[in-house]
Design a protein around this ligand. Structure first.
Ligand code: MG
Length: 402
């Protein structure tokens, strides 16, 4: 799905200042020799175009209102818009300040299908921000972008795989995203005018004339695009957990138990998302809010609870605590994607891994800390997460002896 805001900067300005609504306006830069960056649809009716200077614009539309652009406003709105997208799928690529791609392949059924998602997003953007956008839905990014361009403004178009060829049949090549006027002129000289002519052109001819992109051009003509969506959720830089305690901690065993609990949470999250890390950090906050962190780098990447735990204990042993502890935090950073083969090269780690896998599977099914370490349970006051294993008398537990 491609979501493209209509006249984005101008729309944001019209929403920010009601007096600009319904009027021909243009957003310009702040410099002296500035040009039109975006113009409202009202200004487009007068023929005002992007890239025109102010005098040309005023000649066409004397009543045009010029607004100096405010990038902060546009980037802020862009970020707020992305929050709407993430409600429908974790696979979101903010392609530019006013365009985003969403992969809804695995989530659309949860929201009533592509049609419903598209209209829900359009409606939500209109409701929250008052601005119009155009939604294009297609089997790939290239076609989604194309149909959103064709459906502008305030449009909606969903093209199914079986209709792609029909659409491309008479479509001029320059309509295709990524084919500018220079390439389209050169194609025309070769007698290639429409997308389907491009798709049917011999690859040798295209390679000969356009070099390495010849093949890509042919595929574009066929509506084929293998560019994956580059998700902005991205990889996390660190995985961490911290806890503020209702009663400041002083007993060594209690501190160690909480460190184990935090290490278990960090390890589990890293395993769940398939990450390993090499740097372990401990954060401590005293009752007077003095806070500090100390880290250590391990020789090997890990996401094994006990390796994290022991690393934190080593850090802890180098710290002379000056007071009770109000907050503890454990984090894993210097992350990389997990390589399971590498981890199992070491047989003792293989054993630990399969143990953790079993524990994770059970905890996933019955709730956090259904199975946990004995040393943690002995020093725990009460569960912080109500799991199905919770009983008034304490967690029903099957402890693994460490
Ligand atoms: Mg746009």
């Amino acid at each position: 799905m491609c979501i493209d805001m209509d006249a984005y900067f101008a729309s944001v300005e019209q929403q920010a200042n009601p007096r600009l609504r319904g009027k021909p306006i243009a957003v310009i830069g702040s410099g002296g020799r500035t040009v039109i960056t975006t113009r409202s649809y009202e200004a487009r009716r007068y023929g005002v175009k992007t890239g025109m200077n102010i005098y040309e614009a005023k000649k066409l539309c004397p009543q045009i209102i010029l607004v100096v652009g405010n990038n902060e406003k546009y980037t802020y709105t862009c970020k707020e818009l992305s929050k709407i997208y993430f409600k429908f799928t974790p696979e979101v690529e903010i392609y530019s300040i006013d365009e985003a791609f969403l992969d809804i392949t695995t989530t659309h059924h949860l929201f009533g299908g592509p049609d419903d998602i598209g209209h829900s997003i359009k409606k939500e953007i209109k409701r929250q921000f008052g601005i119009n956008c155009t939604v294009g839905i297609a089997p790939n990014i290239l076609m989604a972008k194309l149909v959103s361009d064709l459906a502008k403004p305030d449009g909606f178009r969903w093209i199914k795989p079986e209709d792609v060829q029909g659409l491309l049949k008479e479509l001029p090549v320059k309509e295709m995203w990524g084919i500018g006027s220079r390439i389209s002129e050169r194609l025309e000289r070769l007698g290639i005018r429409t997308c389907s002519e491009l798709g049917n052109a011999p690859v040798s001819l295209l390679r000969n004339k356009f070099g390495i992109i010849g093949e890509t051009l042919k595929q574009m003509g066929q509506g084929i695009c293998s560019r994956p969506l580059i998700s902005d959720a991205g990889d996390p830089k660190s995985i961490g957990h911290s806890m503020t305690f209702s009663k400041d901690l002083s007993a060594k065993d209690t501190i160690k138990a909480q460190v184990l609990k935090l290490s278990a949470l960090v390890g589990r999250r890293a395993r769940r998302h398939g990450f390993t890390g090499r740097k372990i950090s401990l954060t401590i906050r005293y009752p007077d809010f003095e806070t500090f962190s100390k880290g250590t780098t391990l020789p090997e990447f890990t996401n094994i609870t006990h390796e994290i735990y022991h690393a934190v204990l080593r850090i802890l042993s180098t710290i002379k605590l000056k007071d009770k502890i109000r907050l503890l935090g454990v984090s894993l950073s210097h992350l990389m994607k997990e390589n399971k083969d590498q981890l199992t090269l070491f047989s003792d780690r293989a054993k630990e891994r399969s143990l953790l896998q079993a524990v994770d599977t059970i905890n996933d099914k019955y709730g956090d800390f259904t199975i946990t370490w004995g040393s943690y349970l002995e020093n725990m006051e009460r569960p912080t997460v109500i799991s199905p294993a919770w009983r008034p008398s304490g967690i029903r537990n099957i402890a693994i002896k460490n």
